[in-house]
Write a new protein. Structure first.
Length: 366
């Protein structure tokens, strides 16, 4: 609550701070908050994984098309998409994933100086998962139809850009008296704001493209194993990002830190933990939420606490029926460390309507 009050008290904050039902403590800004500002933006309120978000696609496969043992499906996905600190040996992207890669990569040359050493890593991390709460899943909806879903962001280059701009913002004179230095902002019509917006939008595009590459690679795995499979139009949404939008009749910069856009008719993805399930939703355009909804279930305990409280045996018990890692390296992602996704969805019935409920049968983590 103190974090939320600190954000709402910022002189640039517009109207109110919208708080999502998956809300939990974050660095500077609260995870699960939507912050609209006039002529200002806080880089820490976006977070260090700029453009982190979700992608999902419904396939033509049904549950009875899948083998009883899904170990091979998981192994082939892990072979196709590097996880953790892994990278592709050669570039994995092409025009099937997104348009105009040449112009996109040309933009790298004008990023902040600190990112210049990241080009090789950025090239080879395009189409990779990372670790932590990022995942790739094969899911079933309530009709038995198979979906592919994944969660990732702007990888190493996004982190470097975020850390650079957060540091710059903290050093600006107008931020000296803030209650929390991690709420430091850039102001409109300044060189610092222009530089941040340039790098921010590039990193958000990187994240979107990264998910598109991974989705194509995972769909390729399914196509190899199930040649008859077809795929519908993918759904994609950021949940750590900035957008220039109009709310309550004014043009503002909206920061969603752990929240998706849920404008009228917008399709979105709200994932649960690795053993519970997820939701495909359609936005209702609630103005008080700045047309937003939650980005997931939200943590109910820290990673450190989860590692102390639970064991690999607990993880195996809570992920029964899911083909996934069940070792101590991912205990901090155990379902009990997260809020109840069904309750979180029920608490935002005025923000979204449910399109489909998914339950994972394969979960890949870094």
């Amino acid at each position: 609550m103190r974090q939320l009050h600190n954000i709402a008290a910022l002189p640039w904050a517009f109207k109110h701070v919208a708080v999502m039902p998956d809300v939990h403590y974050g660095k500077g800004a609260t995870v699960g908050s939507v912050i609209a500002m006039r002529d200002a933006v806080s880089p820490a309120a976006v977070g260090v994984d700029i453009g982190c978000g979700m992608a999902a696609v419904r396939t033509s496969l049904h549950a009875n098309d899948l083998p009883d043992d899904l170990g091979r499906v998981r192994a082939e996905i892990e072979k196709a998409v590097p996880v953790g600190f892994g990278m592709h040996r050669a570039s994995a992207f092409d025009e099937r994933d997104a348009a105009d890669w040449t112009t996109f990569w040309r933009g790298f040359d004008s990023l902040a100086e600190g990112a210049k050493a990241e080009l090789d890593r950025a090239l080879h991390q395009m189409g990779t998962l990372g670790g932590g709460n990022h995942f790739i899943e094969v899911c079933l909806d309530t009709t038995g139809q198979v979906w592919v879903m994944l969660h990732s962001g702007s990888r190493g280059v996004g982190n470097v850009l975020a850390q650079h701009h957060i540091s710059v913002a903290k050093g600006l004179a107008h931020n000296a008296e803030l209650p929390d230095p991690d709420l430091a902002v850039f102001l409109a019509s300044t060189p610092e704001m222009a530089a941040y917006r340039h790098d921010l939008y590039w990193a958000q595009d990187y994240a979107r493209r990264n998910r598109a590459v991974m989705l194509r690679l995972v769909c390729g795995v399914l196509r190899d194993q199930f040649p008859q499979v077809t795929f519908e139009e993918p759904i994609s949404c950021h949940h750590n990002y900035v957008a220039e939008e109009t709310h309550f009749g004014e043009d503002v910069m909206v920061t969603r830190k752990g929240a998706i856009r849920a404008g009228q008719g917008d399709l979105g993805i709200i994932p649960g933990s690795m053993g519970t399930g997820s939701y495909i939703v359609r936005g209702l355009g609630n103005p008080d939420s700045f047309s937003s909804a939650s980005h997931g279930a939200g943590r109910r305990m820290s990673r450190t606490k989860a590692r102390k409280q639970f064991s690999a045996e607990d993880l195996a018990e809570q992920t029964k029926g899911v083909e996934c890692r069940k070792d101590s390296g991912v205990v901090d992602e155990i379902p009990a460390a997260y809020k109840d996704i069904d309750e979180v969805i029920a608490n935002q019935s005025d923000l979204v309507e449910v399109v489909a409920k998914l339950k994972q049968v394969v979960c890949v983590k870094g």
